[in-house]
Design a protein around this ligand. Sequence first.
Ligand code: ADP
Ligand code: MG
Length: 319
Amino acid sequence: DELVSQIAAGEVVERPASVVRELVDNALDAGATQVTVRLLAGGVRLVSVEDDGGGIAREELPLALRRHATSKITSLADLESVGTMGFRGEALAAIASVSELTLLSRTAEQSTAFMLEASSGELRPAARSVGTTVEVKELFFSTPARRKFLKTDATEMAHCLEAVRRHALARPDVGFAVWHEGRLVEQWRPATREQRLADVLGEDFVVQSVEVEHRMGPLRVTGRAGVPDAARSRADWQFAYVNGRYVRDRVLTHAARSAYEDVLHGQRNPVYALYVDIDPARVDVNVHPTKIEVRFRDSREVHQAVRHAIEYALAAPRA
Ligand code: ADP
Ligand code: MG
């Protein structure tokens, strides 16, 4: 089972940023309003994610680390319309198999928190307010072949920040803080989406972008698309969300690119933050363990909507 978990870890955990992604997903699923990420050595030595969500009950702590244990779906039918970020019950087990993981959590019903050390299974009372802290230390310490593939701390740190940024743009209502080596490197307070875009992508991006707002029946495409100057400043900023979930998707990327080519005649690296809201039954999120890929039931419909939405926004006279 340890081996199975380690193999699963290969699919879910590629680097510290993957740990950040999964732990922040869990914090958001738990209803957190504030998420604090602490990192040491780009996350290789430590990724700690602290939330003020509902917590995990003492007797549930060991279960949270078990493979395929999820509290989020109870039937196959639920898979058709998952509203939570996680649902496979794989992440914690996978991460625990390639690191030193501890869970510290307290529910509102408990007068004290409990701490579970994954390696020893030791469970003991501890101090904490309601919520959860997951600490992941020494990633890949027992799998040197995997550790070898990690880049410099600075590069891993950049990936970790990118992972938090993706969540921060999805959930402007949640506060985020990122600490590295004991220093606060980013802090985003709860805000409107517009304000969060400015906080995360910079005031420049907001000034140099246009609002995207388009509805095609139940399909909604909103967000902001950068005009040429913005694109020159940050070529790698292409954020796309489907029902609140960050995705990398060929259909969306291609649709956006086509819109830029049509309206601005070949802009190679458009900058945008796009939010696609679609009937959950028309998109499959259970395609890949990292849940970063999705499959649309009708990809032409989505392609057209996104392309049209951006074209319309870019072509409209600017206020
Ligand atoms: P999944 O998110 O797919 O259910 P995970 O392995 O990520 O699987 O987490 C396993 C379970 O542990 C979750 O279903 C949830 O019940 C619990 N859990 C993990 N992190 C948290 C958290 N930060 N707050 C509350 N519960 C959590
Ligand atoms: Mg999860």
